[in-house]
Design a protein around this ligand. Structure first.
Ligand code: UGA
Length: 461
């Protein structure tokens, strides 16, 4: 089949590479020349385990064709997946400029009978508007528009795209919907082989997760067909609900700190209830990244646009916003005073990625610097991105090694829960410090053994 993907971010490039891997002639289109140039060399332009292998396979086999040219990329397409960004707009809603520009342009180049599939997270009602824009751009075009949002997580993008949790497709063209289910089933059918070629894709797959039930589910049991509006809402609601679980855990972590309970024990108990589940109830620095923050704000805006109370959603946001300041207060309580050297492990918004968009770790670095501490932070992948998005300051420097983080510090804070940081030789590293204080803001290190080395505190216990 001839398939085109517009937008080569985490969603678009991962899907493009997999479609090419299972034999489709796949054009991936972007408007940023540097991105297309890098993909042409057989590499991803962002860090995502296993993706380079797949991109290289696509380029070498000739199945993956990166292009800046909408005409070339779309003229033969049977299916077009739309996966351009939907960043936060000035009013808090999702900015749909890229989506509407893309469909307007695309409608001029595609052939009759094409199926458009929206993969980006969009506010409810976007599909209806996109259809109008396409009809205006090319009144004679015969096309189908479906909403089929993506649910992959960064750091597990490849695996999540091979074996999807569920495939929800909104629209009313049954034949077109079946075609899309078939495309995804073909990828899932080759899961074993692709995973064998790229075993590293599962390294971060269990972050914050408790079960992998969907892996054993029959493909057809995961397929859901809905109207356009429901499919659009499923995605933004799923992200907001997960964000709500995290804010709930963070809120409860504060009472645990006050009364001497342990938030991990509490959430283990709560999560045993199958109606709730333990996944995404891990207290920490709060949620960040390119999705949860913008989608929570986006849902709030959609509710308000329809005159519906958004207090519940506002509280998810409020708890998350407070979390970094709460951690700064906890550090102060350990008698770490203004002017102290503070080391920070982690900058990425979560393990397994170089992405620092709305990263709680980077926000913590800035907050500590503002509070008068002298901060040195490192990360296995995210230093370059952090330098661009959260520039260094007089009191905030990014360093290459964990040794530099510990050197002469009065306290070290674990800010991103990279598995690599659970394996460090803390005994030896502690010898570099001027005072041996440690704060685990992700609540992921073993308190008992860490307390033998440090004056150790963590969030929520
Ligand atoms: C999220 C969703 O999980 C995906 O299903 C969705 O497809 C994606 O957004 C998207 O809309 O594109 P992602 O942002 O990559 O994926 O990362 P998550 O693993 O969901 O983590 C989000 C944030 O929440 C991170 O900062 C993480 O550290 C934090 N988190 C997560 C917690 O603090 N506690 C938890 O229990 C879980």
């Amino acid at each position: 089949m001839n398939i085109s993907i517009i937008g080569t971010g985490y969603v678009g490039l991962t899907l493009s590479a997999l479609l090419a891997r299972v034999g489709h002639k796949t054009h991936c289109i972007d408007v940023v020349p540097e991105k297309i140039e890098t993909i042409k060399t057989g590499k991803s332009y962002f860090y995502e385990l296993g993706l380079d292998n797949l991109v290289k396979y696509g380029i070498d086999s000739g199945n993956l064709i990166p292009t800046l040219d909408y005409g070339e990329g779309l003229k033969d397409a049977d299916v077009v997946f739309l996966s351009v960004g939907t960043p936060s707009g000035k009013d808090g809603g999702l900015d749909l400029t890229y989506i509407f520009d893309a469909v307007k342009k695309a409608a001029k180049y595609v052939k009759d009978g094409v199926i458009f599939v929206q993969r980006s997270t969009v506010p409810v009602g976007t599909g209806e508007k996109a259809i109008i824009i396409m009809k205006e751009a090319n009144p004679s075009l015969k096309f189908t528009y479906l909403s089929c949002p993506e649910y992959l997580r960064e750091s597990s993008a490849v695996l999540d795209s091979i074996i999807q949790d569920r495939i929800v497709i909104g629209g009313d063209d049954k034949k077109a919907i079946q075609k899309i289910f078939d495309i995804f089933e073909k990828i899932e059918n080759e899961a074993e082989e692709i995973t064998k070629e790229t075993p590293e894709i599962s390294k971060y797959a269990n972050s914050y997760m408790h079960s992998n039930e969907h892996k054993t589910m029959k493909f057809s049991d995961k397929c859901i067909t809905t109207c356009l509006e429901s499919a659009e809402l499923v995605k933004i609601c799923a992200n907001s609900f997960l964000a709500m679980k995290i804010s709930f855990a963070n809120n409860i972590a504060r009472i645990c700190d006050s009364v001497g309970a342990n938030v991990n024990e509490v959430m283990d108990g709560v999560g045993m209830d199958r109606r709730i589940s333990r996944s995404f109830l891990y207290a920490g620095l709060g949620f960040g990244g390119g999705c949860f923050p913008k989608d929570v704000k986006g849902l709030k805006k959609s509710l308000e646009d329809h005159g519906i109370d958004s207090d519940l959603i506002k509280m998810i946001w409020k708890v998350n916003e407070e979390q970094v300041d709460y951690i700064v207060e906890q550090v102060k309580k350990m008698n770490i005073f203004k002017g102290a050297r503070v080391g920070m492990l982690g900058l990425a918004f979560k393990p397994g990625t170089s992405d620092v968009r709305v990263s709680p770790a980077c926000r913590l670095g800035k907050a500590l610097s503002k509070a008068g501490y002298y901060v040195r932070a490192t990360d296995p992948q995210a230093i370059n991105d952090a330098k661009k998005e959260f520039p260094e300051e007089k009191n905030l420097k990014y360093v290459d090694t964990v040794e530099e983080v510990f050197d002469s510090s009065e306290i070290v804070i674990l800010a991103t829960d990279w598995p690599e940081y659970k394996e460090l030789d803390y005994e030896n590293l502690s010898k570099l410090m001027s005072k041996k204080n440690f704060y685990d803001a992700r609540n992921c290190l073993d308190k008992k053994s860490m307390s033998k080395i440090f004056k150790f505190e963590n969030l929520g216990s």
